[in-house]
Design a protein around this ligand. Structure first.
Ligand SMILES: NC(=O)c1ccc[n+]([C@@H]2O[C@H](COP(=O)([O-])OP(=O)(O)OC[C@H]3O[C@@H](n4cnc5c(N)ncnc54)[C@H](O)[C@@H]3O)[C@@H](O)[C@H]2O)c1
Length: 346
């Protein structure tokens, strides 16, 4: 069986993680690496045995490419993804899909129009603990859900932002929420949402940057549950990111998608122990963005490749990737106006 061949657009931090992840997906390979920083493209291409180019338009129109990974600064995703869809290539796009709903919708529309498959990258959705939590919630084992809370108390030094696209409105589209907390916000909304309204506050406290390094929000879910989001890159030394779910019959807490608390009224001690030992380790970006490891990206790439082979949708489709972006934009809008904001956004 021929391998599915990808163009990898962006050879930065996450591009290098894709290089490691693809090495462990047997029926796919990177055919070309693209980055305007040619030395970065060449180095990664050399490592993965691919061609390289500095021009994404050339990469996404190559006849030996079936699909494209978009791993460039967040505010450039739509431009590249739409060009790739128009060239008939399937799309696996890093979080956030893009930084405005108009551009997110442009990607979704381009994929629909051209009939290509669109996957939205949220690797934590591929953790076994998240899967078990979904099943417990669906079976009503937490009872009446009361709280769905997100804590991303991370740390980034000033050097992370200096001279970078990070922390800019134009290319990052936000800060601690749009760049870092989005993974856990996606989990909270997937597990306990949809979110119907938010009240938000944002602040820039410890860094010289345009966007927020600290944010708090109160969420209301459609099912009536409440939740808070605490997101920061000014919280040294940086804790594991948590999602906590509480109902009147149980509590589950996840750290980076791993179950760290499984207290359900109907759970046996052996089940609790099994859940706590479901997955070991896994990297965290709490203090170092390059320390996340490639395993969950590997799982998402494998699912995407399986979807292409089997002609089924991938586990995380484009419309799913839109949800966390919409929640974050609603929090920014609330922070600006001082008023609660309802979803869906106008
Ligand atoms: N899923 C995750 O866990 C995760 C982790 C980190 C970053 N990300 C996302 O991945 C994206 C990239 O983040 P990063 O940390 O790798 O950034 P980075 O700055 O380390 O790398 C981005 C690379 O893209 C290149 N680039 C810029 N414009 C380009 C263009 N038009 N064509 C081709 N290449 C271009 C840059 O030269 C740079 O090498 C962001 O959207 C970010 O949110 C996801």
């Amino acid at each position: 069986m021929d391998k599915i061949r990808f163009a990898l657009i962006g050879a930065g931090n996450i591009g290098r993680i894709y290089g490691d992840a693809f090495a462990h997906v047997p029926d796919a390979e990177i055919a070309v690496v693209c980055d305007p920083v040619i030395a970065a493209a060449e180095a990664l291409a050399g490592k993965v045995g691919a061609a390289y180019t500095g021009d994404y338009a050339e990469a996404v129109t190559r006849t030996d490419v079936d699909a494209v990974v978009v791993a460039t600064p967040s505010g450039t995703h739509a431009e590249i993804a739409v060009a790739a869809a128009e060239a008939g290539k399937h799309l696996l796009v890093e979080k956030p899909l893009d930084i405005t709903l108009e551009r997110v919708d442009a990607i979704v529309a381009a994929a629909e129009k051209t009939g290509v498959t669109l996957g939205s990258v949220f690797p934590l959705r591929f953790s076994a603990g998240v899967h078990k939590t979904r099943l417990a919630l669906a079976a009503g084992r937490l009872g009446r859900l009361a709280l769905a809370d997100v804590f991303v108390k991370w740390y980034r030094p000033q050097s992370y932002y200096d001279g970078s696209w990070r922390g800019t409105w134009a290319l990052d589209g936000g800060g601690a929420l749009m760049n870092q907390s989005i993974h856990q916000i996606d989990l909270a909304q997937w597990l306990a949402g949809p979110v119907t309204s938010v009240i938000g506050r944002t602040a820039t406290l410890a860094h010289k940057m345009e966007t927020e390094d600290t944010a708090s929000a109160v969420l209301t879910m459609q099912n009536g549950a409440l939740g808070v989001i605490q997101g920061s890159t000014a919280s040294w030394p940086g804790d594991q990111a948590r999602v906590e779910l509480h109902g009147d019959r149980g509590t589950i807490a996840l750290e980076e998608g791993r179950i760290v608390r499984w207290n359900l009224e109907d759970a046996s001690p052996s089940e609790e122990e099994a859940m706590l030992n479901l997955e070991t380790g896994g990297g965290t970006g709490a203090a170092d963005p390059t320390a996340i490891g490639y395993e969950k990206h590997r799982r998402q790439i494998a699912d995407f490749v399986g979807a292409l082979r089997e002609g089924r949708p991938p586990a995380v489709q484009g419309a799913e990737g839109r949800r966390a972006v919409e929640i974050i934009l609603a929090i920014y809008r609330s922070a600006e106006s001082g008023l609660p904001v309802s979803l869906p956004l106008e």
